[in-house]
Write a protein that binds this ligand. Structure first.
Ligand code: NAD
Ligand code: MG
Length: 404
């Protein structure tokens, strides 16, 4: 629904006279991306108005956010947690919705102009499709949506919604492509910090602990993406994300190690020019750009002092030590539902690692065994994705069980 088609009175009363403010729904508001998105809102209260927020189970934080930002709708996936929240928010006029459906409800909420999807995992796919189907701007952090349902996301985009990537690398490429002709692009180069184990050999990776894996050198993020960064599967998921977002073949998507995480990614043009986007690592910048586009809003959250940084370095990614990256290229090239299978197997493997059930190098083994057993098929609907994921989760659980 466009702003013009809403009841103007209701809209103006609700927006408290902020006629130009964009209505924002934040899915996963209690997470790393979600809380940083709220910081962006706090920095731009005249431009953004939070209309809906959702979380999985964190009652305390969601209640606090609801009281501070006064959305109209609050969604809590876990029903028991939703019941507690509903009684705590009684009398505030805020509607509390329980269950997985709350994600789609928030994604299509009429007052939302922009939907920020900061959910972790492929649970983010239904609201991604719903937001685009409802003609919203989707500020997408949830890369698993695209990895699990890339073809479906592209189909949904044709119906009129708009997708702006929040992932810092894809945000950087989006930035570098402003005003450019896509046919002039030869390749894109995704930068990888390398995670906490950059430079380690395979032997050195065998015994790393959960605590080691969660100690990321440059970014503070949720646990799942932090482990993905340590295995380099995060970069693998981003290669697939880039393939769908920018329409490039896998051979034209390169990865380079860049431990400082200041150059967020690059575009290579046909004349040999490289364009890059640089800034200190801070997700509030790509979040803000996805919300403000085509405008830019200041002041900066962080300034970049190049002289103080001194040097920026680049190197090869060690694909022999970190095999998840090539598993992602393999699934991407297989196409169809192979990337949904890769993603689901990774979600199971990472959860098993975090629970101490498998070792670090078992993560790639579980994913590879699942991919090896998979019979290729295409995705025509969300149900196809759900079925393939169900099979992949069961297969990956079995492979994870073999570790113990
Ligand atoms: P997080 O674990 O900190 O937060 C996840 C949020 O999603 C929480 O609000 C949680 O309540 C909610 N959630 C979890 N499981 C859910 C489910 N099954 N259904 C509905 N809601 C659920 O994760 P994060 O680090 O904020 O990452 C979120 C997404 O953004 C991921 O896809 C990640 O890859 C991507 N991303 C994150 C960063 C970062 O800096 N954190 C950077 C780039 C991309
Ligand atoms: Mg990223």
């Amino acid at each position: 629904m466009t702003r013009a088609s809403r009841s103007p009175n209701l809209y103006n009363v609700f927006m408290n006279g902020k006629a130009d403010a964009r209505g924002l729904a934040i899915l996963g508001s209690t997470g790393s991306i979600g809380t940083q998105a709220l910081e962006v809102v706090a920095a731009h209260p005249e431009r953004l108005r939070v209309v809906a927020i959702t979380a999985y189970s964190n009652v305390e934080l969601l209640e606090e956010q609801a009281r501070v930002y006064r959305p109209l709708l609050v969604g809590m996936v876990l029903p028991e947690a939703a019941a507690v929240l509903r009684s705590r928010l009684a009398g505030t006029g805020i509607e509390v919705v329980a269950g997985t459906e709350c994600l789609v409800e928030a994604a299509v909420y009429p007052m939302a102009d922009v939907v920020l999807n900061g959910v972790v995992g492929s649970a983010g796919l239904p609201p991604t499709l719903a937001a685009l189907g409802a003609g919203k701007r989707l500020a997408l952090a949830n890369k698993e949506s695209i990895v699990a349902g890339g073809e479906l996301v592209l189909e949904a985009l044709k119906t009129g919604g708009e997708l702006i990537p929040v992932d810092s690398e894809h945000g950087a490429i989006f930035h570098c492509l402003r005003g450019e002709d896509l046919s002039d692009v030869d390749a894109i180069v995704l930068t990888a910090s390398g995670g906490p184990f950059y430079g380690r050999s395979r032997e050195e990776l065998a015994g790393v602990t959960v605590e080691d894996a969660l100690a990321h050198p440059t970014w503070s993020m949720g646990k799942k993406i932090t482990v993905d960064s340590a295995t380099l599967m995060n970069k693998g998921l981003e290669v697939i994300e880039a393939h769908y977002l920018f329409g490039l073949p896998y051979d034209a998507i390169k990865v380079v190690a860049h431990p400082q995480s200041v150059v967020h990614s690059l575009v290579e043009f046909r004349d040999g020019s490289l364009s890059a986007q640089l800034s200190m690592p801070d997700m509030r910048l790509p979040i803000a750009l996805a919300l403000s586009y085509p405008e830019r809003w200041g002041p900066p959250f962080k300034n970049t002092d190049l002289a103080a940084l001194g040097s920026l370095t680049f190197g090869e990614v060690d694909r022999d030590a970190f095999r998840c990256l090539d598993l992602a290229y393999r699934a991407g090239r297989e196409g169809g539902l192979a990337t949904a299978v890769l993603n689901a197997a990774n979600e199971v493997a990472v959860a098993s690692f975090l629970q101490g059930r498998i070792g670090f190098l078992d993560i790639e083994r579980v994913i590879e065994e699942t991919l090896d057993r998979y019979e290729p098929a295409g995705a025509r609907s969300l149900d196809d994705v759900t079925v393939a994921e169900g099979w992949a989760r069961a297969t990956a659980e079995e492979a994870a069980g073999e570790a113990g």
